[in-house]
Write a protein that binds this ligand. Structure first.
Ligand code: ZN
Length: 269
């Protein structure tokens, strides 16, 4: 599922391929993904314009086509972007196709159709209306500590809550907690000052490095949790078998040895 690092990778890909080209057509092949707009209207707003810049917030990507027109993309579970020239190279699950001058095309491909495509007038207003928290890479340590200290759930649930911090999904929440050596079920509000700092640094480290790797699991370091996640997977740090549990309805992988659950008695009151 595309999380912050994947969406940042799509942003860079979009910037490198699709800016400053006249949009000659928008071919909506599945209106199911359109949110708050018809295919005809989407095409009418975008035709003749060009994408001038883009902006990512959490798992959303916005592309500016005019002062008051931003294309909004959310990649759902299987969304991705593909830029190409020849018609026959159109990906098989293309839902919306942006056709540029000189026959260049950008496909929004999404097999499972949980993605969203729409237009917004004002990105900040949209983010406020959606109640989205600050982007995970824009949060500073003080803000981060404040978010953790004010909420009582499991630390993993806090990291996943888009209304508190936007951009972290299930896979990278586990990775961040693994790096910080914090048990995912630890109550966020009970984390020591030191652990909060460690978690903050781990969050930035993991997200930035995942972006550097273009969110390609195949090139992530073997010392990360991701290449080992799953049944019979072994902890890359201590070699013990990884455990899984469900937190906030999401499957969670961790190492019980490296991510010990602090017992209530040892924590200051
Ligand atoms: Zn371990």
């Amino acid at each position: 599922m595309p999380e912050l690092s994947e969406v940042e990778t799509f942003k860079r890909y979009f910037d490198a391929t699709s800016l400053h080209q006249r949009i000659v057509d928008v071919d909506v092949r599945s209106a199911y993904l359109l949110k708050g707009i018809s295919g005809r209207k989407l095409a009418r707003y975008l035709k003749g314009r060009q994408f001038e810049s883009s902006r990512r917030h959490g798992k959303h990507l916005f592309a500016r086509a005019h002062d008051e027109i931003w294309l909004r993309l959310h990649f759902g579970m299987t969304g991705s972007l593909h830029y190409f020239k020849d018609e026959e190279r159109v990906p098989s699950h293309t839902r919306v196709l942006f056709v540029f001058a000189k026959n260049r095309r950008l496909a929004f491909d999404d097999q499972r159709k949980f993605g969203e495509v729409g237009l917004v007038k004002d990105v900040d207003e949209f983010l406020t209306n959606r109640g989205l928290g600050p982007d995970a890479l824009d949060v500073d340590l003080a803000q981060f500590k404040n978010i953790l200290a004010k909420h009582h759930g499991a630390v993993k649930s806090i990291l996943l809550n888009q209304k508190l911090i936007a951009g972290i999904g299930n896979i990278y929440a586990d990775e961040i907690l693994f790096r910080a050596r914090i048990h995912p079920a630890t109550k966020a509000a009970r984390l020591s000052e030191n652990k909060m700092k460690r978690l903050f640094r781990a969050m930035r480290y993991i997200l930035k490095n995942a972006i550097e790797s273009k969110a390609d699991v195949g090139v992530l370091p073997r010392s990360w949790l991701l290449p080992h996640r799953g049944t019979r997977g072994k902890c890359p740090r201590c070699g013990r078998e990884l455990k899984s549990t469900t937190i906030g309805g999401r499957s969670t992988w961790f190492c019980t040895h490296c991510q010990k659950r602090a017992s209530g008695g040892r924590l200051p009151a």
